[in-house]
Write a protein that binds this ligand. Structure first.
Ligand SMILES: [Zn+2]
Length: 308
């Protein structure tokens, strides 16, 4: 999956530090969910601090990058060499377009964040989606939701603080479930209605307040396809920065009637697909694809439907 970048190690501890020449600097555009990147022989590249602040890193002149760069996280490329660290930063000023203008003349362009679902290398794609998740949170919380004053960075943890009323705002992570609903050798595949992603999906939905994740599974299955889920068991999880999610994957067996009653507001299609009719997926990026592939390989066995 996209977060599986071993042997590289992702460090999300909040340890702000000053940007260095080879550190990555992310530029995002909120109007179209754009991320600034370049194509280098089929692999993506993000701007480096030395490209954005050439005078500073060449001669110690000009603007101090520390003012413009917000520390996000780091990745250790080689576990045997913990001193070699790639740091990642966010352009933290409002004038993204203006600041990025000269990069647009140097081979960079704003691309949809969705492109990171299929680009290479995977470590940079994961870094980009995780940075986007943080960007969205920072961007939506520039002002205090309680009193409307501008927020400031906490000095001791990843949080935004309102200096006026003391409100502390922590990163927003939205839990959602993915459900591999099975009936013996069949799994229920869906397509979303009215969304950019047109591929096959599984039943999915956000956890509601006051609900256990297993209850979300049961409710979403009933709401989206009118079926009863039983034998609900946890599979794996995935951080999904595209939508600020933490995805929780469950398999469940359908119980009783298998006749689908489609919620056409949510889905354009829901069909039972036999194990042997599923297309193989060599290196699945998403939890959904991983769950479909695990079922196809027979690593997950669903019970044959019981009638009650
Ligand atoms: Zn406040």
């Amino acid at each position: 999956m996209i977060q599986d970048i071993a042997p590289e190690i992702f460090h999300n501890e909040y340890t702000p530090r000053n940007p260095q020449a080879e550190d990555v600097l992310f530029f995002f555009r909120s109007t179209d969910r754009g991320i600034l990147l370049a194509d280098r022989d089929g692999e993506i590249a993000f701007p480096l601090c030395r490209e954005v602040f050439p005078d500073w890193f060449a001669a110690g002149e000009g603007e101090d990058p520390a003012v413009y760069c917000r520390y996000l996280f780091s990745i250790t490329p080689d576990p045997d060499r913990p001193d070699t660290v790639q740091n990642f930063y966010l352009w933290n000023m409002d004038n993204t377009e203006e600041a990025a203008a000269f990069l647009l003349q140097r081979g960079y362009s704003f691309e949809s964040i969705r492109t990171l679902r299929k680009d290479r290398p995977q470590d940079l794609c994961f870094a980009g989606t995780t940075a986007y998740h943080l960007y969205v949170w920072y961007d939506l919380n520039r002002f205090c939701g309680r009193c409307g004053q501008p927020t400031v960075l906490s000095e001791k943890e990843r949080a935004l603080i309102c200096p006026s009323c003391g409100n502390t705002i922590y990163p927003r992570i939205v839990p959602a479930v993915i459900v591999g609903l099975t009936d013996g050798d069949r799994i229920l595949m869906t397509r979303y209605a009215g969304r950019g992603y047109k591929g096959h999906a599984l039943i999915a939905g956000f956890c509601e307040i006051g609900e256990r994740a297993e209850e979300t599974v049961r409710r979403e299955v009933m709401e989206e396809v009118g079926l009863t889920a039983s034998n609900i068991r946890y599979f794996d999880s995935q951080p999904w920065g595209f939508e600020s999610d933490l995805l929780l994957g469950y398999y469940a067996d359908v119980e009783g009637n298998d006749a689908i009653r489609l919620d056409e507001n949510e889905l354009s299609e829901a069909v039972w697909v036999s194990r042997e009719d599923i297309e193989p997926e060599e290196s699945p990026i998403s939890l959904t694809a991983t769950m479909i592939e695990a079922f196809r390989r027979g690593e997950v066995q669903g019970k044959k439907r019981t009638f009650s």
